[in-house]
Design a protein around this ligand. Structure first.
Ligand SMILES: [Zn+2]
Length: 561
């Protein structure tokens, strides 16, 4: 080879190397860019998603809504990232031969690692090693559900709402958006990402627990999906446990009501709440494989990289399990959703809707063994950052906190108050539908936000309904709680309906949700929010009427656009 040819080859080689390294250039997430020294904010998320989607057509981003403008923080766009092999954005364009998986990150603003992990997952799906997974699964991600909470590093949103207690009344912009996206895209699997306190178990995942959700979803989640997640995480040396909630024995604070837990009382342990007000059961009630992930967290910047890593591996494990069993999951959910419509039509006496539930012990498993961290007493006060000798002043700034592992030892705890089961305490036969008076547009609006199909009467009509006569009522101690006591007498009534009255049929995908929201005695219902003023006086009828048997009414769809 002559020297001229050699020179050409060298130049060619150099050019090739440069182009290869450009092509392989990894787009860093905002947290990676700052080496996890601060929490990434909305502006950085926007820039990151702009660059990533510009370079990778499998990622499409839509503005799904906007948070509210408040004095100390302007309204921010809420993003939905749609990741598909086909590079589509619209729900109608999704390839429904694949299951669709929705991730929701950081509804609680101070649970920052959910958002950082979600952004990493989006990047690895769009441009990294997870991309082949899109052959098997459509992935939707709401990467930052609470920009205000992220900015101020607080749990609540810009109007002071705890978004993960808002999935029944849908007051927050973010919760409205989550439900709009859910009803539009109908994902079969969902994962709502959170953080809890520091824990030996770095990743916890909880599945559906409300009794109205078909039992097979809970069993499949626990016995298959979570077992697989645990195995995958074990390979990465990440400890896992099904998500457990510890609470004062005899109390249930999952409604989000401001009630004070008595201190120094005996504690109990159970699986995650049966309530429908969170991002898990509120989607699970549509016969969805719905999950919550809770990452262990010290909520400080020093641990941000580690906890983002644990969260990421948990999300990735679920994603991979779905990609390994796509047909199975699709079939399971499709069948249960179709069955629910049939059950809603048949209204069989042995297929009721459950309105009150209780956590109970399992005689076959009276107690639970758990591993936990225990602080050991240590003489170590901190680590010296500067050289000192005897007689020198020691200043606070000279010492860095000691975070070594030896202060925490792993112990095994035996939990005696273990309540793993759920029992029904009140059930009713499935109704055909409900009548809501025309002047209660506030209630109608909430149902519309849930994606529930509503109809209105075009003209007046007579109809036989069940009315609830109130016998005795003891109001709740706090907003968000069902009345302490509400005794009602169902009565058959023939009532005149007005033009504009609303009719809610239970023959729709929300068949299980509708009675839970509208029944007066439901502990999951709209009645528990003071703002709706639904609690009747003794002697009065409840403002919503039940229709037992199918009726023909002069109906048109309400706001079906
Ligand atoms: Zn949370």
């Amino acid at each position: 080879m002559n020297s001229r040819k050699k020179a050409i080859l060298l130049i060619l080689g150099a050019w090739l190397l440069t182009s290869l390294s450009l092509a392989a250039e990894v787009i860093k997430t905002p947290a990676e860019e700052t080496r996890y020294t601060r929490y990434s904010q909305h502006e950085e998320v926007t820039r990151f998603l702009s660059v990533l989607s510009a370079r990778n057509p499998v990622l499409k981003v839509r503005i799904a809504g906007k948070t509210r403008d408040v004095e100390n923080y302007p309204g921010r766009d809420l993003f939905l990232c749609v990741l598909t092999e086909e590079g589509v954005l619209e729900a109608t364009a999704l390839n429904r031969d694949k299951p669709t998986l929705l991730f929701i990150a950081s509804q609680h603003g101070n649970e920052q690692s959910g958002k950082e992990a979600a952004l990493r997952l989006i990047r690895d799906l769009a441009a990294g090693e997870l991309r082949p997974v899109l052959k098997k699964v459509n992935v939707l991600v709401i990467p930052q559900a609470n920009p205000y909470g992220n900015y101020f590093d607080i749990r609540q949103n810009e109007t002071g709402l705890d978004l993960n207690r808002d999935h029944v009344k849908l007051e927050g912009e973010s919760t409205k958006i989550i439900h709009r996206i859910f009803s539009l895209y109908q994902p079969e699997i969902t994962m709502d990402i959170h953080e809890k306190g520091d824990d030996y178990y770095r990743v916890s995942v909880g599945c559906v627990s409300n009794l109205n959700i078909h039992r097979s979803l809970q069993d499949y989640s626990r016995n298959m999906i979570m077992k697989e997640i645990e195995k995958k995480l074990a390979r990465k040396k990440i400890t896992f446990h099904e998500y457990l909630v510890s609470e004062v024995l005899g109390m249930d604070t999952s409604s989000g009501a401001r009630v004070v837990q008595e201190e120094n009382r005996e504690m109990m342990l159970r699986f995650s709440t049966t309530d429908l007000n969170d991002g898990r059961n509120s989607l699970g009630i549509y016969e969805t494989l719905a999950f919550i992930q809770e990452g262990a967290s010290r909520h400080d910047l020093a641990s941000l990289e580690a906890r983002t890593g644990w969260q990421y591996e948990g999300l990735r494990a679920l994603l991979e399990v779905v990609a390994e069993h796509p047909e199975e999951m699709l079939r399971l959910v499709k069948k249960l959703r179709a069955d629910l419509l049939t059950r809603a039509r048949q209204r069989s006496g042995d297929d009721p809707v459950h309105l009150k539930m209780a956590y109970v012990r399992d005689p076959n498993q009276p107690q639970l063994e758990l591993k936990a961290f225990e602080s050991t007493s240590s003489n170590i006060r901190g680590i010296l950052k500067v050289d000192k000798k005897a007689g020198d002043y020691l200043l606070a700034d000279d010492i860095a906190p000691y975070q070594g592992p030896s202060r925490l030892k792993v112990v095994t705890r035996v939990e005696k108050n273990w309540f793993p089961l759920v029992e029904s305490r009140l059930a009713i036969r499935r109704p055909s539908g409900y009548i809501i008076p025309a002047d209660r547009t506030d209630l109608a609006e909430v149902l519309v936000q849930h994606g529930i199909r509503l109809q209105i009467l075009e003209k007046a009509a007579q109809v036989e309904v069940t009315g609830y006569k109130t016998i005795e009522v003891v109001p709740a101690r706090a907003d968000y709680l069902a009345p302490e006591k509400l005794e009602v007498q169902p009565e058959k009534l023939k009532i005149p309906l007005k033009r504009g009255d609303f009719y809610v049929s239970c023959q729709q995908p929300a068949a299980n949700l509708i009675p839970c929201l509208l029944e007066p005695q439901s502990e999951y219902g709209l009645i528990r929010y003071f703002g709706f003023k639904l609690v009747p006086e003794a002697g009065d009828y409840f403002s919503i009427y039940r229709i037992e048997e199918p009726v023909t009414l002069p109906l048109v769809d309400y706001k079906s656009w």
